[in-house]
Design a protein around this ligand. Structure first.
Ligand SMILES: Nc1nc2c(ncn2[C@@H]2O[C@H](COP(=O)(O)OP(=O)(O)OP(=O)(O)O)[C@@H](O)[C@H]2O)c(=O)[nH]1
Ligand SMILES: [Mg+2]
Length: 436
């Protein structure tokens, strides 16, 4: 009870983290499956709305089974290609493999979702760095356990990356004979949703069995419920608003040298649009470079234009392989600056949310993850904080910190980041003031 109260107290600030695009997501000990806006070239069509929906939830609650079940049930109506359980968490060489799902319902929203499965590790890194975005989520909760620490951790972090709505799937109802038990889980999860600033009252909760659907038995708790879940996603989740109007920004994920062509940086367009032939600036982690975007590639096709939400390859004129790296950004020249010092509002995760067990003091140095960058940062209590030298930041606290990065990064007021140490997320923050 007390823990929840602590989280609640932290929420007004967390809510203000939302808005716009995610900069980071949690490290979790789970496999996370993503329905992403990537896919086969022939399936790609800009006029149809796309959505990225991730499955989240506590370990073993049935995320992978559910993903397989969705593809199976939708495959029967021609809306997807069945992807077996074994294939879902596998590591494909190209990192992401698309399975197109045409929503089976008559909805206008999820006309076409491309489901991409990533390895656990890639998924974690992508989520942390914001390279993969989720527009909505299905949170899977096992009816046998009810909410668990990762259920809470994922809700918190989903909120922090700007997910405003999600759909709940209470799984494994085949193992529950007492209907009162299901009512309890329902109530408990609605409470929890409200605690984390989701609409606990109106969020659709579907109860069923992913395994039954996958095995093709007990349709009343199996395939019927999967269809209900897809319909709920269609109706309840909102199409994302892409930051099309803002100046172009691409977070560099990877860099390749293509013989005869030059250097290509790949990554997700966080905002704006870019036309082939425009001037761009490479920013962060040292000197900035001005160059020309000589080519745009997506799904092995040459395009003239890329926009927010796209994953693109950027061919850059006269830039050597070693002049650009992961963690930098490619922007409209002059639209942003790189900084080392800033003030931030930071929420320190509790141990139940996967965070630290112990407080930390002034001068603490974790890793800061911002978009695709990962840089050591020194944390001090904001200038003017009374008794800063003795003060401690406790798990569950919301603190104002002055942050000093080891390398400069492209950031601005509103930029969001994650703090990590020894493979765990210990805090999430938002930049409130540039200091230097
Ligand atoms: N009885 C029952 N078992 C289920 C159901 N759904 C999944 N399971 C079982 O629960 C176990 C965990 O399911 P997964 O789909 O691997 O769970 P997960 O959330 O992907 O687990 P991690 O990736 O390890 O976090 C497996 O043994 C599944 O067969 C269900 O509806 N009923
Ligand atoms: Mg799994």
């Amino acid at each position: 009870m007390i823990r929840i109260a602590v989280c609640k107290a932290a929420l007004p600030n967390l809510a203000s983290f939302s808005s716009a695009l995610p900069r980071s997501l949690p490290r979790t000990a789970l496999s996370l499956n993503l329905f992403a806006r990537r896919g086969y070239a022939e399936a790609y069509n800009r006029t149809k709305p796309h959505m990225n929906i991730g499955t989240i939830g506590h370990v073993d609650h049935g995320k992978t089974t559910l993903t397989a079940a969705i593809t199976k049930v939708l495959a029967e109506s021609g809306g997807a290609t069945f992807t077996g359980y074994d294939q879902i968490d596998k590591a494909p060489e190209e990192k992401a493999r698309g399975i197109t799902i045409n929503s089976a319902t008559s909805s206008t929203k999820l006309l076409r979702v491309t489901m991409v499965t990533l390895t656990v590790l890639d998924m974690l890194i992508n989520m942390i760095t914001g390279a993969a975005q989720m527009d909505g989520a299905i949170i899977v909760v096992s009816a046998t356990d009810g909410q668990m620490p990762q259920t809470r951790e994922h809700l918190l972090l989903a909120r922090q990356v700007g997910i405003k709505k999600l759909v709940v799937f209470i799984n494994k109802v085949d193992m529950i004979s007492d209907p009162e038990m299901l009512e309890l889980v329902d109530m408990e999860i609605r409470d929890l949703l409200s605690t984390y600033n989701f609409d606990g009252e109106n969020t659709p909760i579907v109860m069923g069995s992913a395994l039954a659907a996958l095995d093709g038995r007990n349709d009343d708790i199996g395939s019927t419920k999967i269809k209900e879940l897809v319909k709920a996603c269609d109706e309840w989740l909102e199409l994302p608003q892409r930051d099309l109007e803002k100046p172009f920004l691409l977070a560099v994920e990877d860099v390749f040298s293509i013989s005869g062509r030059g250097t290509v940086a790949t990554g997700r367009v966080e905002r704006g649009t870019a036309l082939k032939g425009t001037e761009v600036e490479i920013l962060g982690l040292g000197d900035s470079i001005k160059t020309t975007l000589t080519g745009i590639e997506m799904f092995h096709k040459e395009l003239d234009r890329a926009e927010a939400g796209d994953n693109m390859g950027a061919l850059l004129r006269g830039v050597k392989r070693e002049q650009i790296r992961r963690g930098q950004v490619i922007i409209e020249p002059g639209s942003m600056k790189a900084h080392k010092k800033f003030r931030a509002q930071v929420y320190i995760l509790t141990k139940d949310e996967g965070g630290r067990y112990t407080p930390f003091m002034q001068g603490y140095r974790p890793q800061l993850f911002l978009r695709t960058a990962d840089v050591t940062v020194t944390l001090n209590f904001a200038e003017g904080t009374p008794d800063a030298a003795e003060k401690m930041a406790m798990p569950g606290d919301n603190v104002e910190l002055d942050c000093e990065l080891y390398f400069d990064l492209a950031l601005e007021v509103g930029s969001r980041f994650t703090l990590r140490e020894a493979n765990r997320t210990i805090g999430t923050g938002v930049v409130t003031k540039i200091l230097e």
